[in-house]
Design a protein around this ligand. Structure first.
Ligand SMILES: [Zn+2]
Length: 241
């Protein structure tokens, strides 16, 4: 009988690819993507790699084996297909934000509409406050020089700068609108990043409706923002409905 030789390391990141596969499959299920728009990645911070959706493959044709594993410079480590065109954006964020385990990018309708207006999403209610106690930031559009250069790589810095300009930490707010583009969200795991994409879409929809009903709607009052911040982060935090 012929011995089957198992190549060592050939499928080293099977678990990571499985995780990324499952997270990507959530996007169409949650109604957050059309066709091949959007992508989720799952990182192994210790190994310095992440698994991401291949480029141009429809969600229903995805398999764990089709996921591509790349390092934090975007170089392919494992996989036969071309990684998502947004891979460099993910790589920049993993490299600069140690500790995050997942990133999700969608063109979900309401969050993308806000991105296109270049407006932050005002914090109008407690649904928003339970997930972020600040307005959801929208970055300034990228300069022509940067667009001409390494566009996807620069998008990563557009996100990092967007938070820095507002003195926000990526731990404090796990979602951003990229001006004239669409949202990116992240979290401790890829599942949390996808959850944040869905939450952001809902917050964006509610804010749109709030302004439609009352163009003079006011931001949530400070006392309520503080209350929601404390019940999530304070010493007596009890949030988790
Ligand atoms: Zn995009």
């Amino acid at each position: 009988m012929k011995k089957i030789r198992v190549k060592s390391g050939a499928n080293r990141y099977a678990a990571l690819r499985q995780e990324a596969f499952e997270a990507n499959r959530q996007l169409p299920k949650l109604g957050l993507v059309l066709f091949t728009f959007g992508n989720v990645s799952a990182a192994d911070a210790k190994a310095g790699v992440f698994a991401i959706k291949p480029s141009g493959v429809p969600y229903e044709e995805l398999t764990p084996g089709k996921m591509v594993v790349v390092d934090f410079d975007g170089k392919i480590v494992e996989g036969k297909l071309r990684p998502s065109s947004d891979t460099k954006t993910h790589a920049v964020l993993y490299k600069h934000w140690p500790g995050i385990g997942g990133i999700s990018h969608t063109h979900s309708t309401y969050a993308t509409a806000w991105s296109q207006t270049l407006k932050d999403i005002p914090i109008y209610g407690t649904t928003h406050a339970d997930h972020a106690t600040v307005d959801i930031p929208c970055t300034t559009p990228m300069s022509d020089a940067l667009i001409e250069g390494d566009y996807e790589y620069q998008t990563g810095f557009q996100i990092i700068d967007g938070l820095n300009e507002r003195k926000l930490s990526h731990k404090e707010v796990e979602m951003i609108l990229v001006g004239h583009h669409a949202p990116f969200t992240w979290g401790a795991t890829s599942a949390k990043a996808v959850y944040n994409s869905a939450v952001l879409e809902e917050i964006a929809r509610m804010a749109f409706l709030t302004e439609s009903i009352n163009p003079d709607a006011r931001r949530l009052k400070e006392a309520l923002i503080k209350k929601h911040f404390e019940r999530k982060h304070g010493p007596d935090s009890y949030y988790g409905q």
